[in-house]
Design a protein around this ligand. Structure first.
Ligand code: NI
Length: 201
């Protein structure tokens, strides 16, 4: 197990279409998934796609946590490893929501995403799994699986004025003040913003 270096936006590996995994049971894939978990634990983050650690293969590791979704219970093993995941929207309903990415440190942006998706994937033992995600879970699945096709969240944005620094979360603070549902991890950016009283009243 090891902590891996994260590729940042501009590195070509993040724009490649990642290769399908021929054998999900390959010990190298299990080792990669283990390293991705270690890396997420080290950073305190929730989701990572293999191209972000310079491995252009279709593997995603994520965990759901109360820090990400209110009401989700902390479990002993919150980890999901998806090999060759395929995401399909269940509804046409699209909503704008704030996202960050480990490969784009220091920024966040408001991105349109399907509110409900189905995902099919293989486990490390080669079992076929089908799952559904809604709201934050749905956004996470779309964000991570986009990485496998070389797509980063700014490429999905329709209004680039909503791309801003974590240290100047003006639009995010405005949404919070309007009463929009903001993930706990993003709310913290506003709490930590020294200028917020000056701008938000
Ligand atoms: Ni990302």
């Amino acid at each position: 197990m090891a902590i891996r270096k994260i590729a940042r936006m501009g590195n070509p590996v993040l724009n490649w279409v990642a290769a399908k995994v021929a054998d999900p049971g390959d010990p190298e894939i299990a080792r990669l998934a283990g390293d991705m978990k270690d890396t997420l634990v080290d950073i305190g983050a929730f989701g990572l796609a293999a191209p972000q650690v310079f491995e252009s293969v279709r593997v995603v590791v994520y965990r759901l946590s109360p820090r990400l979704i209110e009401g989700v219970e902390e479990t002993a093993d919150p980890w999901v490893v998806m090999v060759n995941p395929v995401v399909t929207p269940v509804t046409d309903e699209v909503e704008l929501g704030w996202e960050r990415c480990l490969s784009i440190p220091g920024l966040h942006g408001k991105v349109p995403r399907h509110q409900r998706v189905r995902v099919s994937y293989q486990t490390l033992s080669g079992e076929d799994v089908s799952d559904e995600g809604e709201a934050v879970h749905s956004v996470l699945l779309q964000h991570e699986c986009d990485h496998l096709d070389g797509v980063l969240y700014p490429m999905r944005m329709t209004d680039l004025s909503m791309l801003e620094f974590d240290a100047e979360p003006g639009h995010l603070a405005h949404d919070l003040a309007k009463g929009e549902a903001i993930w706990p991890v993003h709310r913290k950016l506003v709490d930590d913003w020294p200028g917020r009283e000056q701008w938000m009243g």
